[in-house]
Design a binder for this molecule. Structure first.
Ligand code: FES
Ligand code: FE2
Length: 445
């Protein structure tokens, strides 16, 4: 038996047993527990790829900012006085103090709390306290005092992504086959989407990749979320027509999965899709816009928007969720067994008050840290983290749905005119995970 104290140097490739010709795909549980692997993930994935930062609607005005992290690096996105959005390392150029004191806000001047240097919203250092006099002839001119921007900032339909390495493929290429599925959310309103106010942030004592898997895992829903489904189903019997029926939730997607269409896709670059028909699509807050949407988009696209709930999990740590409500979720690794998770509700601008109200209530039902679903997910993932230490050389065999995997599009994908790398009928499949793990292994080398 190999002791954990032997600390063998494992390669990522050795943790993935991928034999397509034999229909085998397994992941060694050390991928969730190995500290050396975690360090490589930070350098090879989080410092060398596109990561989600936020949505443009969160920084509409001069001085608006959102503070976040890329890997272990604190950064902030800010709208400058010239109207441009930039992303800076969140570190004072004097001696490194973090500049933002809050996770979001407005400040046309950022003043460092340590020695009082000031920076404007364009990142220009506007004040060195005491100036040259204070430096007593010291060579202030040779210092780079302006804030340092990260290497790349990109936007796709208002969603902002950043990268620390200039040598990455264009954002458009990275999003690739996931774009039509992002569009199903982004194209919902002629005036675009807005992230709603408020922040939800919570910690999970588990590896970040467990949240990546969980976000596209349809197999756990009937067990982990039975509490959610039975509770909302019962509630609807008490008050069936709140907000004109839009307050209803799609319990049937969980309680009657065998009766509805569902599936999973690998759309390349590590991105995964999981979908299921909505049990009662007319309860969706977007349903009243059906006629307007049909004038702008194909019948197939509108069908996907309104009648199919979707989880779009983007490599490595982002989820666009459009099921009972609409949610953006990001999970940021802190340590090999500690992850910070943040969620926002996102909605079409200008939607009717009853639709907005129903959307927020259903967001609270499922996506809030103290909702009917999130605590159950977190406990499940923390249980996996603990259990992953239990076996020497334990392997997760991702065999669920392996025999029904088809390469290319299925009928539902053809309705959207997309061609995934592979498709699988049924939401309770593990084959979309191949997309993530193959990209993960390729990035770590
Ligand atoms: S560290 Fe910011 S002014 Fe000194
Ligand atoms: Fe879940």
């Amino acid at each position: 038996m190999v002791s954990v104290f032997d600390n063998p140097a494992r390669s990522a490739a050795s943790l993935i047993d991928d034999r397509p010709e034999e229909e085998i795909f397994r992941v060694n549980r050390a991928a969730f527990t190995d500290q050396a692997i975690f360090a490589r993930e930070m350098s090879e994935i989080f410092e060398k790829g596109w990561l989600y930062l936020g949505h443009e609607s969160q920084v509409p005005a001069h001085g608006d900012f959102i503070a976040t992290r890329i890997g272990t690096h604190p950064v902030f996105v800010m709208r400058g006085g010239d109207g441009n959005v930039r992303c800076f390392y969140d570190a004072c150029t004097h001696r490194g103090s973090k500049l933002t004191g809050r996770t979001s806000g407005n400040a046309t001047t950022l003043t460092c709390r340590y020695h009082g240097w000031c920076f404007n919203a364009d990142g220009v250092c506007t004040l060195v306290r005491g100036g040259k006099e204070a430096y007593r002839g010291g060579d202030l001119d040779r210092m780079s005092t302006d804030l340092r921007e990260i290497a790349g900032l990109g936007s796709y339909k208002g969603f902002l992504f950043g990268c620390l390495d200039a040598d990455v493929p264009p954002l458009d290429d990275f999003l690739g086959g996931a774009k039509p599925f992002i569009d199903l959310m982004a194209d919902q309103a002629p005036d675009g989407l807005e992230v709603l106010r408020g922040e939800s942030r919570y910690m999970m004592e588990a590896n970040w990749k467990l949240q990546t898997e969980n976000s596209t895992d349809g197999y756990h829903v009937a067990t982990v979320h039975r509490n959610f489904a039975t509770t909302v189903a019962y509630r609807e019997t008490l008050s069936p027509d709140g907000d004109g029926g839009m307050a209803k939730t799609e319990a049937s997607r969980i309680l009657s999965l065998e009766k509805i269409g569902s599936g999973g896709y690998d759309v390349g670059n590590g991105h995964m899709i999981n979908w299921a028909d909505r049990g009662n699509p007319e309860a969706g807050p977007l349903w009243p816009q059906r006629d307007e949407l049909l004038q702008r988009f194909s019948e197939g696209k509108v069908k996907w928007m309104l009648e199919r709930g979707r989880t779009v999990t983007l490599f490595p740590n982002l989820l666009f969720n459009d099921v009972a409500s609409t949610c953006i979720r990001v999970w940021r690794p802190i340590d090999v067994n500690l992850t910070e998770i943040e969620t926002w509700c996102i909605a079409p601008r200008g939607e009717a008050p009853e639709a907005r109200r129903a959307r927020i209530r259903k967001y609270e039902d499922f996506f809030f840290p103290a909702s009917l679903a999130v605590p159950d997910d977190v406990r499940a993932m923390e249980g996996v983290q603990t259990g992953s230490d239990a076996l020497d050389d334990g392997w997760n065999d991702l065999a669920l749905g392996r025999k029904t995997l088809v390469y290319g599009a299925d009928e539902a994908a053809r309705e959207l005119e997309v061609t995934p790398l592979n498709s699988n009928p049924g939401r309770e499949v593990e084959t979309p995970f191949f997309a993530f793990w193959r990209e993960w292994a390729a990035r770590l080398g």
